[in-house]
Design a protein around this ligand. Sequence first.
Ligand code: NAD
Length: 368
Amino acid sequence: MQIFEKLKEFRYEQLVFCHDEATGLKAIIAIHDTTLGPALGGCRMWPYGTEDEAVTDALRLARGMTYKAAASGLNLGGGKSVIIGDPHTDKTEALFRSLGRYIETLGGRYIVAEDVGISTGDINYVQVETSYVVGVDVTYGGSGDPSPFTALGVLQGMRACVEEVFGTTSLEGRTVAVQGLGHVGYHLCRLLHDEGAHLMVADLEPEATERAMREFGAKAVEPDEILFMPCDVLAPCALGAVVNDETLPSLRCRIVAGSANNVLDEARHGEALAKRGILYAPDYVINAGGLINVADELEGYNERRATKRVMRIEDSVRRIIAISKRDGVPTNVAADTLALERISAISSMERLHTGHPYGQLRRRRETI
Ligand code: NAD
């Protein structure tokens, strides 16, 4: 792999290889862009087939975090780390503490959190060695399960969408089809039920569906039918790539707004949705509640403040819809524009000299 060619393609700042023979640590930290602040992004543990695969994944995910943080109004950059290894067999205290030491050497340029294959318990080991870590256990002052915050953000993003399509931010009386009733889907159903929405739900686990029927009066739908139900809002909260060449012609919703990552199989499906008159809330913006919540730990976690910030996802989605109309582009493209415009605006601010060093110098001269 031509590493520098790869870094040049999307202007990555730094790629760090971490190797510890004793603990077996083989990790890669990718820092994409720190214009807005330190790079924050989870650590993924995965048995990558090749080192190239691991590098490619770290780089791709780090760039995604730059956009997510920027579009969410966070003063953070984008980064991500990966550990090459099997999360079922290769985890040890020493491995994670070793990763923590490497992160510490970056002096705060990268802040780690959980991602696929990593638990709060693993993060507890990382934080023994570095303070550049979030997503720590509540007993250590952390923010706990991010899912309720992700669900709240999805609800807020939905408000902006229904306002655009139906002229009101209320979900009362709207029909929402929720695919996946796991951590986020369940909380989303609760919020929508409280708001007076009609729910159609599906999950592969019958108990999850029964619970939603019992607690929220939801109508159960077969998992292979939920995407195609006539509804106001389709909320994918299970898997990615649910909007693809096969499903697209049969969607019967007015809005797609859910927590799942990578909802669009390919970027071109954003345009295809727009052509069908379906409004799409870009995944990385509407599902940023968990990130916003966990990032609050950097200031000493405050749930009220975090909640307030998550609520602003409504404004972010509203802004994306406005950019989409302004530029005549689909909303997934408009989300990238929002992120890039913010990074560009902040980086082009006037660089004012604060005066301290010269002032100190002058004072020192005067005393000589
Ligand atoms: P989860 O694993 O707790 O829940 C997913 C649920 O979807 C499970 O109950 C599973 O049975 C169900 N499911 C899987 N395939 C299905 C199918 N074909 N039809 C119907 N149901 C199906 O995951 P989660 O934490 O709730 O996350 C949901 C999605 O949101 C994921 O794509 C995740 O990456 C994304 N996300 C989650 C968070 C968070 O805070 N948890 C934050 C950002 C994005």
